[in-house]
Design a protein around this ligand. Sequence first.
Ligand SMILES: Nc1nc2ncn(CCNC(CO)CO)c2c(=O)[nH]1
Length: 289
Amino acid sequence: NEDTYPYEVIEEIADFITKGSGMRPRIGIICGSGLGSLADMIQDPKIFEYEKIPNFPVSTVEGHAGRLVVGTLEGATVMAMQGRFHFYEGYPLAKCSMPVRVMKLCGVEYLFATNAAGGINPRFAVGDIMLMHDHVNMLGFAGNSPLQGPNDPRFGPRFPALVNSYNKDLINKAIEIGKAMGIESNIHVGVYSCLGGPNYETIAELKALRMMGVDAVGMSTVHEVITARHCDMKVFAFSLITNKCATEYSDKKDEEANHEEVMAVAKNRQKACCELVSRLIREIHMASP
Ligand SMILES: Nc1nc2ncn(CCNC(CO)CO)c2c(=O)[nH]1
């Protein structure tokens, strides 16, 4: 059915992008809510609106543009998704993460996944950046995986291992960059968990997530990372903390998450996020041009 993406369809889309851009991107970027400016940094961009890419899904969320941008950033050839697909839009996880496979067949070796997330760890402040070093795949606990169904070995193994999914070297480089930027007190390393959404969490759910050692919660990224690791990409991912999640019952309204606040925080922290990403891309490119 139209929600599955066999290898040949992915290959066709990748060929469409490669021919249309004339470039072989090495780094893929997925822009989180309000972080579309990461793609605006790309020089000499070739832009592909999702609607114009054959067999590509379309994004329906405010704050997620809906286009692929291919070009150069700090000397490296990159491919960014301005707008991603979410489970809560009614898309199966394989559909949400199929762009990662398109990136792979376009030549991408590194996936930079970014998202806006709620901070559960009480040490996190709004506007902080949490570098992901692991995740809890809540959707997987209920049997949802982007890899469900027949496995095509041309992408990866039937039963992929996911330990060390988040590249330690890139995390350490990002921490050093944070120090050089003078924002080390706003940079954390932690565990992210993805819920289905579109509703935000209840207090009981936030308490449960905290008990599991989850530091930040969102509605994306995990399935994209699983898909990236399945096809052996190196993964770097971070959450911009756009609100502090309540983990105690109280009638304080200000702890309720809302999308406008998510977008507002992302807007005023996009500069730091862009700086972090471009410096890390420069390091990767300089290390092996
Ligand atoms: N408590 C909480 N705070 C958050 N801030 C951003 N997101 C990520 C979800 N973003 C959605 C709606 O804002 C758009 O994809 C979340 C979340 O899922 N939970």
